[in-house]
Design a protein around this ligand. Structure first.
Ligand SMILES: *Cc1c(COP(=O)(O)O)cnc(C)c1O
Length: 364
């Protein structure tokens, strides 16, 4: 049984859930890199191994979100993202495994190799893909797509918001904390002093924050911004925290009504660079460092920027003798083989751009 459900049986009775992944994900210690960076200890929570053929942080959220779709008899799922969205791809793959049809409504982003791979992988999974020129057009497109699919299929499609960051999705990361705590206890590993994690649509961060509070874990969380502030502001993080706690307290009368202090939420903005999915020098240096020292693959959009923050703080001496955890949210499985024979011409014309234009300079 899920560690969260063991702790709160009322949630087990009431909350929709479907198992999609393999847990617990590995928690590994990197000794030589810790030494090189002058840390006390360095650990990585490897959520990339959460599911095959495509893991990463979205799987934990989708166990609850797709659980809802199944509980309410949904057949089609609409979701949103940038063109190379890991979330939209995770929905496509895991929805199709469950026999659901998925429709991804996408908007433009800077080009990169992973955008190509994710688009081809989504196509292979059988997703229907639509590209809109901007966010407003994408959400307007959602209304039209909902009706079109209702007329075609006789049921309204289920809508999963960007990143899967709803209160139900957040439960995936509240559970992750319970799972991790158990894993630490079993392996006699101490809690870290500080945890570095990406801030995108905030479901991962908010789930961790709620889990830490409920379990009384004193470790400090360092959220590293990887999306523009108009997409996810501090107020939006607070609002998602409150909505998620409300949801949990509605589902389980014994769930503690935890609250968020402003001092608990210090978002690090300085590693975003010029914007979402625009790779940075520091981010790519961090990607290279982890690949060379530990043979772990990070990316330029999310995890490279987070690890760059950790390296930056280490080099300033802020993490001396500290036990540090990097919560790795990136899918760990290479999908290049899966997409080797897939022809991009089968994608909607508007997406050919990503295959016919160069990737951004730092990705070459
Ligand atoms: C989506 C994503 C994130 C951001 O997680 P949120 O819960 O949206 O904040 C971080 N890393 C990777 C690799 C992702 O795909």
């Amino acid at each position: 049984m899920l560690p969260l459900f063991e702790a709160f049986p009322q949630l087990w009775i009431r909350v929709p859930y479907i198992s999609l992944g393999e847990f617990p994900t590995p928690y590994i210690k990197l000794e030589s890199l810790a030494e090189e960076l002058g840390l006390g200890e360095l650990y990585i929570k490897q959520d990339g191994f959460s599911a095959r053929p495509f893991g990463g942080n979205k799987v934990r959220k989708l166990e609850f979100l797709l659980g809802e779709v199944l509980r309410y008899g949904g057949r089609d799922v609409i979701t949103f993202g940038y063109a190379g969205s890991n979330h939209a791809l995770a929905v496509a793959i895991h929805a199709h495994r469950l026999g659901l049809k998925s429709i991804s409504l996408l908007m433009p982003q800077p080009n990169a190799g992973y955008v190509r791979r994710n688009l081809l992988m989504a196509l292979k999974a059988g997703a229907e893909l639509h590209l809109y020129p901007n966010k407003a057009a994408m959400f307007a497109g959602a209304k039209k797509q909902k009706w079109l699919h209702f007329l075609k299929r006789g049921r309204k499609p289920f809508v999963i918001p960007p990143g899967g960051s709803t209160p139900a999705g957040v439960l995936g990361y509240v559970n992750a904390v319970f799972e991790w705590q158990k894993q630490l206890a079993q392996n006699k590993v101490e809690l870290p002093d500080v945890v570095y994690v990406a801030l995108g649509t905030a479901g991962t961060l908010v789930g961790l924050m709620i889990g830490f509070k409920v379990m009384g874990i004193p470790s400090k969380i360092v959220p590293v911004r990887v999306v523009n502030v108009d997409f996810m502001s501090q107020d939006m993080v607070v609002a998602l925290f409150e909505r998620s706690v409300d949801y949990l307290c509605e589902q389980a009368t014994d769930f503690p009504r935890v609250t968020l202090d402003a001092k608990d939420l210090q978002i690090r903005d300085e590693f975003l660079g010029d914007g979402y999915a625009l790779f940075t020098e520091a981010g790519m240096a961090a990607v290279k460092l982890l690949r060379e020292k530990a043979d772990i693959a990070l990316d330029g959009t999310y995890t490279g920027k987070v690890f760059a923050a950790l390296v930056h703080d280490a080099r300033l001496g802020l993490l001396q003798n500290k036990r540090v955890c990097f919560w790795n949210t990136l899918n760990a499985f290479d999908v290049s083989c899966d997409v080797a024979g897939v022809d991009y011409h089968r994608l909607p014309q508007s997406l050919h751009y990503y295959f016919e234009e160069e990737v951004q300079p730092l990705d070459r």
